[in-house]
Design a protein around this ligand. Sequence first.
Ligand SMILES: Cc1cc2nc3c(=O)[nH]c(=O)nc-3n(C[C@H](O)[C@H](O)[C@H](O)COP(=O)(O)OP(=O)(O)OC[C@H]3O[C@@H](n4cnc5c(N)ncnc54)[C@H](O)[C@@H]3O)c2cc1C
Length: 416
Amino acid sequence: MIEWTEQQQMIRGMMRDFIEKEIQPHIDDLEYNGMPPYDLMRKMFATFGIDQMATANFDRQIAREEAGDTPDKSNDDKTTEERPLTDAALDAVAMPMLLPMELSRVCPGLVTALGVSVGLTANAIMAKGSLAQKKRFARDLLTFEKVGAWAITEPNSGSDAFGSMKSTARRDGEGGYILNGNKTFITNGPFADTIVFICRLEDPEREQQDWKIVSFILDSGMPGLDQSAPFKKMGIGSSPTGELFLSDVKVGPDRLMGESEDGYGRSGAKSTFSAERSGVAAMALGLVERSLEMSLEYANTRVQFGQPIGNYQLVQLKLAKMEVARLNIENMIFRYIETRARGKDLTLAEASAMKLYSAQAAMEVTSEAVQIFGGAGYMRESRVEQLMRDSKILQIYAGTDEMQVVAMARDLMGRS
Ligand SMILES: Cc1cc2nc3c(=O)[nH]c(=O)nc-3n(C[C@H](O)[C@H](O)[C@H](O)COP(=O)(O)OP(=O)(O)OC[C@H]3O[C@@H](n4cnc5c(N)ncnc54)[C@H](O)[C@@H]3O)c2cc1C
């Protein structure tokens, strides 16, 4: 794949129009005044039939599983058999990337809120939940009727997500569990209806660091579960981020992911990390495209020393580097789409390289866009300063830049 198809470009154009009319007017309330993003996203889902497509796909998968065609959960984060490349397969991978790309041109926070709810929370349940849990929790998350949160990070456990994890589940002796722990920096945490809570299962026979990782699906309002107010952040104000406090939350075995203590542990959470990486590249492309367009327009129109600033080679170099970054990210995305459409996965090193490069390029390009705009770029009205602040998060969540380097090096050296 070397370019977007005509149909994909048409859909991008329609999304761009919708965002301009329906989201842009609310951008200050979303970014700075605490307006929750969910109703706007639901409107977008309804306008583009995304909720209906999600329901149809969900119903098809459930019907297959009810007929006995159970997905092989043990194998779903490994490379699968190569399939012949078809236009339909390419489209199936490419289409879901259009929305994050388009939204990130204006409001990357919305992509974060949406991506965590649908991409992480719902998809974790669809991949590892029991049939009953999929029907009970995932359907409403996939259509965005309900908001989801996926909670692994704790005050003392970030990059070392498993090693330092303190949250626990204790068997209650009646088949259920008692959950305790604090989670922080949780996207949608303040408003989530459904929460995937990842913790360690207490095991008196072993040291705490060897306790098994398990996950539970919680509902907002359960006794003992508190959701904080949103944090104030550097960027992506439209994506509410908060804390979760669990104090003796009592749950039945029906809330244990997969209804099994082997349901969604380390490997399940790791495959969720990999899924995030392509989403970050799509966001980076939107940010870079928009910054380049705005910079080109400004370079052509802003006159200093009697000439448009775009006549100066120092400005031209910035524009040229932005285009190089845009092409590189887009080509990485095309490679990702084609690989997935063939039924294969990127290697861990490739997926991490894509995330690392895209995040760094977005940060550099948006920062240079502010530079091209000069003092105007430092003002909120220019909007490029928002894109710069929003870009920074791409280097932190879904694994920091440093952790991508570590993952790549280990994978390349055959040590992962
Ligand atoms: C806006 C936002 C939304 C988020 N959403 C979610 C969410 O929905 N769910 C969730 O569970 N988490 C979420 N997170 C948490 C995010 O995944 C973590 O912040 C991230 O993984 C980094 O962890 P940390 O903040 O604890 O930093 P730390 O792990 O403390 O890292 C601090 C610094 O040390 C570096 N470092 C750490 N270890 C190494 C090493 N071995 N080698 C080299 N350098 C190292 C890091 O790269 C970083 O530069 C979110 C965070 C933010 C800011």
